[in-house]
Design a protein around this ligand. Structure first.
Ligand code: 1CP
Length: 358
């Protein structure tokens, strides 16, 4: 493949020269772009310090100065090719009217909803007002990023967000949400339809405020059987991608149906995403052959290797680069940075990827 010369990007230009956007445009790049899921977070001492000052986690997401600072922390520390907005997938149920809290050490706690009575309490009336600070944070970050760094906005995909809405927090077996989805699918689809609408709104607003790429996190897609995966992951994602294509056609979308296994293939075929995020279990050769001809790949280093560092980190990073660096590819982890990660290991990874010559 020939490599077109890159025009030098000017500050504020809606960046054609940015490596991330070039990879999402289907280009194979000598040194792939790199960012890390959950790149802002507890493994960084400056994040822990900010978090202690901020008080609650939701307050941090909804106070533009704090969200902006957290977003910029990893970008200031490492030479990453993208910033991802500091926020959370659970701001959507919060803005729909559900009580959402983040308790220290316990993760998110929501007032669970599992029937039409509960559904009736949710609505989009307050949505834009409640999330206005998030869009303000996007606009501020967009004006502050270094030339060449792309800004990613995000949301949870409907199935994953529904799992928190229904279970009331993190689940081990997804028994309540699956019982609803399998037992009363017509009723459950009302929740999913509402989440599709809210997600489109939320992502379109981030794009309008300056996000150049959008990622949809379907972190719990891997617990669904084949037909359910189609109905609650693939189809809602396809609808979100279709609707965003009407309102912000130039903004590429990365889908991440974590744990989808062979289902990744159908996800890529049906949804129309520009890139797919792959978890660490996905075989490298299979993905290069079956998925990469259709869209850009993103992933898939095991986050535990970033905790380990050294030779083991280098060996697997180079395997991934060799397997996927020949096509459109964005280097990333296969899931979020673990809180126990030594910050210097992230710097090692940045060096490995930047030094790679495909
Ligand atoms: O106390 C703290 O500091 C809170 C820890 C934390 C952080 C740093 C939470 C609570 N959310 C976040 C930020 C966050 N969440 C980002 C920021 C941008 C980044 O740097 O990447 C993003 C993209 C998310 C997305 C998110 N939140 C997902 C999808 C990705 C994934 O990890 O699977 C999910 C499932 C959530 C829910 C959530 N929020 C927070 C926690 C601890 C959880 C997960 C709990 C669980 O495992 O169920």
């Amino acid at each position: 493949m020939t490599r077109p010369t890159t025009p030098r990007p000017r500050r504020g230009e809606r960046g054609q020269g940015k490596l991330l956007l070039r990879a999402l445009g289907g280009e194979r790049i000598g040194r792939p772009p790199l960012w890390l899921m959950r790149q802002a977070g507890r493994y960084l001492p400056e994040y822990r310090e900010l978090r202690a000052r901020a008080g609650g986690f939701l307050e941090m997401c909804l106070t533009p100065e704090l969200a902006v600072e957290a977003t910029l922390q990893p970008v200031g520390r490492y030479a990453l090719d993208a910033a991802i907005l500091f926020s959370d997938i659970l701001v959507v149920p919060y803005a729909l009217g559900q009580a959402v809290a983040f308790s220290e050490g316990e993760g998110p706690v929501l007032e669970p909803i599992h029937d039409p009575g509960g559904l009736a309490r949710l609505g989009i009336a307050q949505f834009e007002t409640r999330l206005a600070p998030v869009y303000e944070a996007v606009a501020q970050v967009a004006s502050m990023l270094p030339v060449g760094t792309a800004l990613i906005g995000f949301a949870g995909a409907p199935w994953t967000v529904a799992s928190y809405v229904v279970e009331g927090g993190t689940s081990r077996d997804f028994a309540t949400v699956k019982t609803w989805a399998l037992g009363r699918p017509q009723e459950f689809s009302r929740l999913v339809d509402l989440l599709v609408e809210a997600t489109v709104e939320h992502l379109a607003r981030q794009a309008r405020a300056g996000a150049e790429v959008l990622q949809l996190f379907d972190s719990w897609a891997g617990v669904l059987s084949e037909a359910e995966f189609d109905r609650w992951c693939v189809e809602p994602t396809r609808e979100i991608v279709r609707r965003l294509g009407q309102v912000c056609p130039d903004v590429p979308i990365i889908g991440f149906p974590r744990g989808a296994g062979l289902g990744y293939e159908r996800f890529v075929e049906r949804t129309g995403v520009q890139a797919v995020g792959l978890d660490p279990a996905v075989p490298l050769v299979w993905a290069a052959r079956e998925l990469q001809p259709r869209c850009a790949l993103q992933g898939n280093l095991d986050p535990a290797l970033l905790v380990v560092g050294g030779a083991a980190l280098r060996r697997q990073a180079e395997r991934i680069l060799a397997a996927w660096g020949q096509g459109p590819f964005i280097f990333n982890l296969g899931h979020g940075v673990l809180p126990t990660t030594p910050p210097e290991h992230a710097a090692e990874l940045v060096e490995i990827v930047r030094a790679w010559q495909g």
